[in-house]
Design a protein around this ligand. Structure first.
Ligand code: NAP
Length: 271
């Protein structure tokens, strides 16, 4: 039996075990998906232990996404982003991927959204970095707005240095960015477990597609406002689904049973 897992602290809330185990059942793969919650200082050592113990693959979440870098060979995208959320132990050293970035793009593709024109990314933490690099990688011009503008400045400089087109702004300036935007991604934690939006409803418009990375709740205030403005709303569970789909495919080399994984994820979120 293969062992896959999630490395994080805390990991108790994770939806990944049921989503991945539903996929193993559907594909008749003899595997288990477990959670590992080492002390926060464990970092790269936890990945080395995984290799020694014969773990086949790990997802990585807060606070370890940067810490594991010394223990893996990151692919080009993960190296640019500076964070890894999926480790594949099929090589030595293990390979590190950033399936948050790929998952975001696949979530848009699932909804037939053409990633051209301008994107506004709110947030410059882990999800914001993944979103900015992913959308710039698709050829979009990216405006990054963050509460701490210096972090947005650094991210815009990193994206630009990697050949993308990005500018930075204070979060309060988002209203001026949206009239010319095609895509809006909320990668701040605003709206998580609270009925609050990082954007004034009047700034939203019918030519926008709005993806909220927040998935608890699934229907955030931002997405309700987006729908009311005639924009296309995409909830954060799609990004969560496709980062898992991408990890499954990296680990097993098989096409993921996307619909099975989606149904299981939505059932868990509805609980
Ligand atoms: P993070 O690295 O801690 O970054 C948090 C971001 O939110 C930073 O940009 C931070 O701004 C901003 N922020 C926090 N509180 C704020 C507030 N009160 N007002 C304005 N901005 C605020 O976290 P993360 O990993 O990027 O996660 C961000 C969100 O994305 C979370 O809700 C997470 O669940 C979600 N997420 C979803 C997926 C998915 O698959 N759907 C994947 C990853 C993350 P400062 O820099 O100013 O602190």
């Amino acid at each position: 039996m293969e062992v896959y897992g999630l490395l994080g602290n805390p990991v108790g809330h994770s939806l990944s075990p049921p989503m991945h185990e539903a996929a193993y059942d559907a594909r008749d793969i003899d595997a288990q998906y477990v959670t590992f919650e080492p002390p926060v200082e464990a970092g790269a050592r936890a990945v080395e232990c995984g290799a020694t113990l014969g773990v086949a693959g790990l997802n990585v979440t807060i606070p370890f996404k940067q810490d594991v870098l010394p223990a893996v060979e990151p692919d080009a995208l993960a190296a640019r982003i500076g964070a890894v959320n999926t480790v594949d132990f099929g090589s030595d050293p293990p390979t590190g991927h950033n399936t948050d970035a790929v998952g975001l793009v696949r979530a848009f593709q699932h909804h037939d959204v053409s990633l051209t024109g301008r994107a506004v990314v709110l947030g410059a933490g882990g999800a914001g970095r993944a979103a900015a690099f992913a959308l710039a990688g698709e050829g979009m011009g990216v405006d990054i707005a963050n509460r701490t503008v210096e972090t947005a400045d650094r991210l815009a400089a990193d994206v630009t240095a990697a050949g993308g087109a990005a500018d930075s702004h204070p979060l309060g300036g988002v209203g001026e960015l949206l009239p010319g935007a095609d895509v809006l991604v909320n990668a701040t934690s605003v709206g998580m477990a609270e009925d609050r939006s990082p954007v004034k409803p009047t700034a939203l418009h019918a030519d926008l597609t709005v993806l909220d990375a927040v998935y608890t709740p699934v229907e955030t205030r931002l997405l309700r406002d987006a729908a009311a403005a005639g924009a296309q709303p995409i909830d954060g569970a799609w990004m969560l689904l496709y980062q898992g789909v991408e990890a499954f495919e990296q680990w097993t080399g098989q096409d993921a049973p996307v619909e099975v994984m989606n149904q299981r994820l939505r059932a868990e979120l509805d609980r």
